[in-house]
Design a binder for this molecule. Structure first.
Ligand SMILES: Cc1cc2nc3c(=O)[nH]c(=O)nc-3n(C[C@H](O)[C@H](O)[C@H](O)COP(=O)(O)OP(=O)(O)OC[C@H]3O[C@@H](n4cnc5c(N)ncnc54)[C@H](O)[C@@H]3O)c2cc1C
Length: 383
């Protein structure tokens, strides 16, 4: 087995590193959860797109570089190591984009993907509802057939970045007589400024309007904005969910970079550092490296045509979300109370890391999926 990168992969890494060194803003951008920060991050997406680094794994026709999974992992490592800004376009780029490449029509790809890649249209995910989070199939928002399209009605919640985003994609109950809850759903795209849409920002722990709830009152969506077939939304959504839980949402590069910063913090504490923290720093480094190597192995298998195991993305999600908390908690313990009180990247990162076991499907549910689909254990009791 050849465990080295190829010359092409090394050259790809160098190109990414050089471009990022020349373009990453010297001063961090304001939080993307504020109007000002959102605009600054949107401008950054445009800049990435000009360099053709915004969607490296997409086909060149839509602004990508046709990068392999391994090249994408390499790009992500360089991106996070360079301390580049968070990706405000992420919901579109890593969730809806791949879904359209797999299930969309040619017209949808040509129309939706290029402006998404350029950061001109930022997307929000409108799946969760007040009574439909873990049990997504219990969603109640409806899509009713009308001349040339559908009328959306209902309420969505916890929609990240929807306070400032342009459009959203969501699941709607379109065939109310369907025999099972996950049947008769339709996956649709709609404008957040369309008549009938009310966007109400929801503040998170730090007061920033990171989320919004959406109220939909007879919002017209043309047939052209149905993804996949009407009534077949669950199948399409499960393809989006696998992307959300797996590598694409949280690549190993994010954690290897954070682990390196943690090790530097440990060294900077010198003799003041609590000796017992050394083990936790080492564990975090090992965890990040293990995730990286597992991702390389997966990329190698994919290159040979192997498909990921059922439930593998759930395992990945549990791993990275717990690793993220461990990394940030260790850093805060090293910094002591003043570090937490002063805010800054570790304190802010910790607050966000706490949400990791919740978003993209809670870890309790992911563990059930791993138990049943990966380990073949008997089906658990449902609430
Ligand atoms: C930071 C963040 C960003 C988010 N962004 C978005 C977004 O952009 N778009 C969007 O649509 N949604 C988003 N969400 C919502 C997220 O997907 C839901 O919070 C998540 O699916 C859990 O649903 P819930 O909040 O309704 O909790 P519930 O489903 O009510 O769960 C509450 C608790 O009960 C447990 N539980 C529920 N059912 C079972 C079971 N069968 N077995 C064992 N335990 C169970 C859960 O694991 C959890 O611990 C976001 C959430 C967060 C925190």
């Amino acid at each position: 087995m050849d465990l080295d990168f190829t010359a092409e992969e090394r050259s790809f890494r160098r190109q990414a590193r050089d471009w990022l060194a020349a373009h990453v803003p010297a001063v961090p951008l304001p939080s993307l959860e504020t109007a000002e920060g959102f605009a600054a991050h949107r401008a950054w997406e445009r800049r990435l797109a000009v360099g053709r680094w915004s969607v490296v794994s997409w086909p060149a026709a839509y602004g990508g570089r046709d990068a392999t999974l391994l090249q994408w992992l390499v790009f992500e490592e360089e991106y996070h190591a360079a301390g580049a800004p968070g990706r405000v376009g992420q919901n579109g780029i890593s969730l809806l984009g791949p879904t359209l490449l797999e299930h969309g029509t040619q017209e949808q790809r040509d129309r939706v993907l290029p402006p998404m890649a350029r950061g001109e249209v930022i997307w929000a995910q409108a799946w969760s509802e007040p009574e439909a989070g873990s049990d997504l199939a219990s969603l109640r928002s409806t899509a009713t057939r009308t001349e040339g399209g559908w009328l959306l009605r209902g309420q969505k919640t916890w929609s990240s970045r929807a306070a400032f985003a342009d459009r959203a994609f969501g699941l709607f109950r379109s065939h109310p007589g369907a025999p099972r809850p996950h049947q008769g759903l339709t996956y649709l795209m709609f404008g957040l400024d369309a008549p009938g849409v009310t966007v109400r920002p929801l503040a998170r722990l730090d007061g920033k309007p990171a989320f919004a709830e959406l109220f939909l009152d007879d919002v017209f969506v043309p047939d052209a904005d149905v993804v996949g077939s009407p009534g077949d939304g669950w199948r399409v959504a499960m393809s989006t969910a696998a992307d959300e839980r797996g590598l694409t949402l949280r690549s190993p590069g994010r954690f290897t970079a954070a682990a390196r910063r943690l090790a530097a913090l440990w060294h900077s504490c010198g003799e003041d550092a609590d000796p017992s923290a050394a083990d936790r720093v080492a564990d975090a480094l090992i965890g990040a490296r293990a995730y990286q190597l597992a991702a390389y192995a997966g990329a190698a298998r994919a290159a040979e045509g192997g498909a990921p195991e059922a439930g593998a993305s759930s395992l990945t999600k549990v791993f990275w979300s717990e690793l993220d908390i461990a990394l940030h908690e260790t850093a805060l313990d090293l910094l002591g109370p003043p570090g937490e009180a002063a805010g800054g990247p570790w304190a802010e990162g910790w607050v966000f890391a706490l949400a990791g076991p919740v978003y993209a499907g809670t870890n309790e549910i992911q563990r059930d999926i791993v138990a049943e689909r990966l380990l073949g254990l008997p089906r658990g009791r449902r609430r």
